[in-house]
Design a protein around this ligand. Sequence first.
Ligand SMILES: Cc1ncc(COP(=O)(O)O)c(C=O)c1O
Length: 386
Amino acid sequence: MKGDPRHLGFATRAIHSGQPPDPRTGAVAVPIYQTSTYVQKGLGEPAEFEYARVQNPTRTALEENMASLESGVSGHAFASGMAAISGLMTLLKAGDHAVVSRNVYGGTYRYFTRLLEPYNLSFSWVDTSDLAAVEAAITPQTRMVYVETPTNPVMDIADIAAIAGIAHQRGAWVAVDNTFLSPYLQRPLELGADFVLHSTTKFLNGHSDSIGGVLVSKHKEQGEWFAFVQKSEGAVLSPFDSFLILRGIKTLPVRMDRHEQNARQIVGFLLRHPKVRKVLYPGLPEHPGHEIQKRQASGFDSMISIEMGSYASAKALLDRMRVMSFAESLGGVESLISHPASMTHASVPAEQRARLGLTDGLVRISVGIENVEDLLTDLDQALAAV
Ligand SMILES: Cc1ncc(COP(=O)(O)O)c(C=O)c1O
């Protein structure tokens, strides 16, 4: 396209933002700039591109694309979702405190408790769907409220705008891990958050063939800090992964619509199935966070957790699945099914998992975009074995 896509619709920006045609060849796809350095004009003549840890045009295209989709001032792409979280947490210094959703991704819990606490950062693990609990946990040392919504895998919903109101009044930033919904369905910065991050490994790339992370800032000063972190820590995203994620994002809107269509049919089937004790899906009107999510997001995506009642029942189901793959991760075109207690959340202590309702009988499904009839048949035959 010609011109600036900034004021165009989401799907148009997903395809065009940060990706003007290549000025030399007119290539519509951003090339993979597989280079470690750039020849400079001459001594004392600063150039836009000097060394690829600091700048790479393929990565820049993804960063500009994500800044546009998340309504931020800058995007910063990292080698994984965890590296993006690590970049974010450099905003905190020794002695600082953060309030964190009690049911974050297990790797985030491990990073905060095992790597950051020894550097004298402290964390309070709070049910962020309870605004009074968030407010009560904020201390004079609190610099950040870190939220996942929906939480992984028990699907608690936090009211981002209300939390931003509380946190800002007390001088704390709000950061949201938006991996589960993607900016197509939820844009935390528009709701008042200061920073939003993604494991691009999931819905953004969407094809389960790349690991990456993106951090988007609403504030120029902190955005510049994140660029400094990329340069200084060096955990940046490769040009090839940047290319893959840009390519994935082009179809994000159509994939997300299909993911959700399939998920709704599967939720209906699971609700009626006698072997399934409970279905956790924020799209259900009886889900306690349903109204909030309806207000702050434009959909419910395709992550479903089910309670099978015991480890043995969960195992019987998982062992029999054929079309759905038994694997960690989520958000790919293929359906994945997993056991959070022993996989994604194994690093969360057993007592804490019990408090969260993250039981040994809980199974998580990331519904893909296959023919839904095949997914329903697959679940039906596997549940028959339970
Ligand atoms: C919600 C969420 N945030 C962050 C991460 C970490 O991302 P990555 O695996 O790309 O490092 C994950 C990974 O599963 C996740 O599910």
